[in-house]
Design a protein around this ligand. Structure first.
Ligand SMILES: Nc1ncnc2c1ncn2[C@@H]1O[C@H](COP(=O)(O)OP(=O)(O)OP(=O)(O)O)[C@@H](O)[C@H]1O
Length: 523
């Protein structure tokens, strides 16, 4: 019935030959796409395929080099986001742009094109939140809200402008399964009202469940239009990548499980600000050969745990973090890296890489202290040759797709930058690897490659700790999964005993008082 409605339905948007060129790269190469009224249309493609570039042109944030856009049958020129909103095109971005110290209503008010008094904004936000099942207190401070609640503000802010087309860029990548289910219900309600949605996602199962049609991009070109409900996740992935996606293999470590390489003992920390979560007596051990997964609903202390383990924030108690048997709690990041540890933070731009620096410069920045001998020559001159060689090795190992020989980090697509950052750390063959959200925004093929590389690193004798909100990913990679809830870490559940239900219960706060240490003592 959906397919019939869309096949014969009224056309809302028609795009013909849309092209965008960056230097020598055609990021979008003559893209044709049409969206009907009341249709959820998926835009799929591997990292760097041109999805973000395409929707930025629809939203007036980038100017096309060629091509035409027809809106409700009329040719239009979308010069800026204000013009897009005026036509009825709204966008919910992947990275939220909210002020933490302000309330939901204040944030919404600031972004509106017309001036509306705050009480009126709050009232309209409440109405929308009721109509679309998006629970939200307009007077709550953003800093106190979960990622899912923040996303609801963005969606309500978009709906206030009464759009006919809503563009969502990877909306579920930061949501819990329950929050994602709720979002799907909202999107289905919007569709039933005749609104159209353009939906970018790397999660193919949800695309199959939600979307009426899909357009698949590869290297900036449309390679397929399809009905995702008639496809399998594997066939969609094949269209995107142009090849089969290899399944991740989890072989036994040849040397077996070895000594403890990463340990936290009663790791505690008060909340750094009113919006942070305190760490409460966290105990964990990761041994050589092992991958330990950390699950949890966003905002339960995973970010704080990463900061404490990586040395971004130092501990008063040196023994609360041990790396390769050495007390490291008081060391900074460089000290811990010198012990053989490597870290990949969740925030790619700013934390993981400096956006305005070239890839080789970013490599130098993260390596010059630990690899001074290979990267620095006499009188501290930079060995440019060694640097270029290492950057090339990483690009090849992780299949990083980029425009130009050595582009700035900001010019890489999100997924490709993630591949480069993970590759940069793997290239050092660290003994301890700590990664927060390893495949966030990464396509199916690249995600499999990253997961396999992390498992292989563990099997070669390193200890790997993976913090992720993607439970499928943790089940695929981990030897045991522990769950963060309200700043506490559960005992690790061996993968042979872990079920989605068991981990889901722990994520919801079941047995919060049971610390890993107590559980270990009982074991
Ligand atoms: N400002 C820019 N300058 C130069 N190249 C760019 C710029 N923005 C994007 N690109 C390049 O254009 C190509 C398409 O990038 P885009 O971000 O549209 O991909 P994507 O399909 O959204 O990928 P992802 O799934 O990783 O987000 C990439 O090769 C990227 O490196």
């Amino acid at each position: 019935m959906e397919a019939e409605r869309n096949a014969g339905g009224e056309r809302l948007l028609d795009v013909q030959g849309l092209t965008k060129i960056f230097g020598a790269l055609k990021a979008c190469d003559g893209i044709d796409l049409s969206i009907g009224k009341g249709e959820i249309h998926a835009l799929l493609g591997e990292n760097g395929a041109g999805k973000s570039t395409f929707v930025k042109m629809l939203f007036g944030a980038l100017e096309p080099a060629e091509g035409r856009i027809f809106w409700k049958g009329e040719p239009v020129d979308i010069a800026n986001p204000g013009a897009a909103r005026h036509l009825g095109i709204g966008m919910v971005f992947q990275h939220f742009s909210l002020f933490e110290a302000l309330t939901a209503a204040e944030n919404i008010m600031l972004s509106l094109d017309e001036k509306i008094p705050i009480m009126k904004v709050a009232e309209r936000a409440r109405e929308l939140s009721k109509t679309y099942g998006l629970p939200l207190d307009p007077f709550a401070h953003v800093g106190d809200l979960s990622v899912g609640e923040r996303q609801r503000i963005e969606i309500i802010r978009c709906l206030l402008q009464k759009p006919d087309l809503i563009i969502l860029d990877e909306p579920t990548s930061v949501l819990t399964p329950q929050e994602a289910d709720r979002l799907f219900e909202t999107l289905e309600t919007l569709r039933d009202e005749g609104k159209s949605i353009l939906y970018i996602s790397h999660r193919l199962e949800e695309v199959k469940r939600l979307c009426d049609r899909a357009t698949v991009l590869r290297h900036g070109k449309v390679v397929a239009h399809c009905d995702p409900r008639q496809e399998t996740a594997a066939s969609l992935a094949r269209m995107m990548v142009g090849d089969e996606v290899a399944a991740v293999r989890r072989l036994e470590a040849p040397g077996g499980i070895g000594e403890a390489l990463l340990e936290a003992r009663s790791l505690s920390r008060p909340a750094a600000n009113p919006f942070a979560v305190p760490l409460r007596e966290v105990d964990l051990t990761v041994r050589a050969g092992e991958v330990l997964g950390i699950a949890g609903v966003a905002g339960n202390g995973q970010g704080e745990l990463f900061e404490a383990l990586s040395g971004e924030i130092q501990q008063a108690d040196a023994a609360s973090v041990r790396i390769r048997g050495r007390d490291a709690g008081r060391m900074g990041i460089s000290g811990r890296r010198l012990l053989g540890a490597a870290f990949v933070p969740e925030e790619r731009l700013g934390h993981g890489a400096v956006p305005q620096m070239r890839l080789s410069e970013n490599l130098f920045l993260s390596r010059f202290k630990t690899d001074a001998r290979s990267l620095l020559g006499p009188l501290w001159t930079v060995r440019a040759g060694a640097l270029t060689k290492a950057a090339k090795r990483i690009v090849e190992m992780m299949d990083v797709r980029k425009s130009g020989e050595d582009p700035e980090a900001a010019a890489l697509s999100g997924g490709n930058l993630q591949k480069f950052i993970i590759g940069r750390e793997l290239d050092r063959q660290p003994s301890v690897m700590i990664v927060n959200q390893p495949t966030w925004g990464v396509d199916a093929g690249a995600a499999a490659r990253i997961r396999q590389a992390l498992i292989d690193l563990a099997r070669s004798g390193s200890a790997v700790l993976v913090i992720s909100q993607d439970l499928d990913e943790l089940f695929e990679m981990s030897d045991a999964i522990a769950v963060m809830h309200d700043g506490r870490l559960s005992a690790p559940v061996p993968i042979s005993e872990a079920t989605f239900e068991k981990i889901g219960l722990l994520m919801g706060g079941a047995m919060p008082e049971r610390h890993a240490s107590e559980a270990l003592e009982k074991a």
